[in-house]
Design a protein around this ligand. Structure first.
Ligand SMILES: [Zn+2]
Length: 110
């Protein structure tokens, strides 16, 4: 049986067999307008859950009336995704590409 590929989490530096990537929003809503910042976070499931929860809690204050309709459902979906096993395909592809570059540079092929 083949061992799962482990990737080092950039947040906790622990090897993980389920590296995920997720986008979180910071929405600031005031009566006359709004401002939004999107961030992409890559990490192991535990780190991603922590970021999703902290981001969701911050948005309670900043997104106020939009929080239950926009931020909460999105955060619940992203939180659910952290329980799926395996790496995100994009994260795995990047890790393989980086390891190939690193391997080739050690051999002097670059
Ligand atoms: Zn982590």
């Amino acid at each position: 049986m083949q061992q799962p590929i482990k990737i080092i989490c950039p947040h906790c530096n622990q090897p993980s067999d389920s590296m995920r990537r997720s986008q979180v929003w910071l929405l600031v809503f005031v009566v006359i307008g709004y401002w939004m910042q999107r961030s992409t976070i890559t990490g192991c499931s535990a780190c991603l859950r922590q970021k999703i929860v902290s981001n969701g809690l911050i948005n309670i204050l900043t997104a106020n009336v939009f929080w239950p309709f926009l931020i909460l459902p999105m955060s619940l979906y992203q939180y659910y995704r952290t329980y799926q096993e395996g790496h995100d395909e994009t994260v795995l592809a990047e890790a393989i590409a980086i390891s190939k570059i690193s391997y080739n540079s050690k051999l002097g092929k670059l």
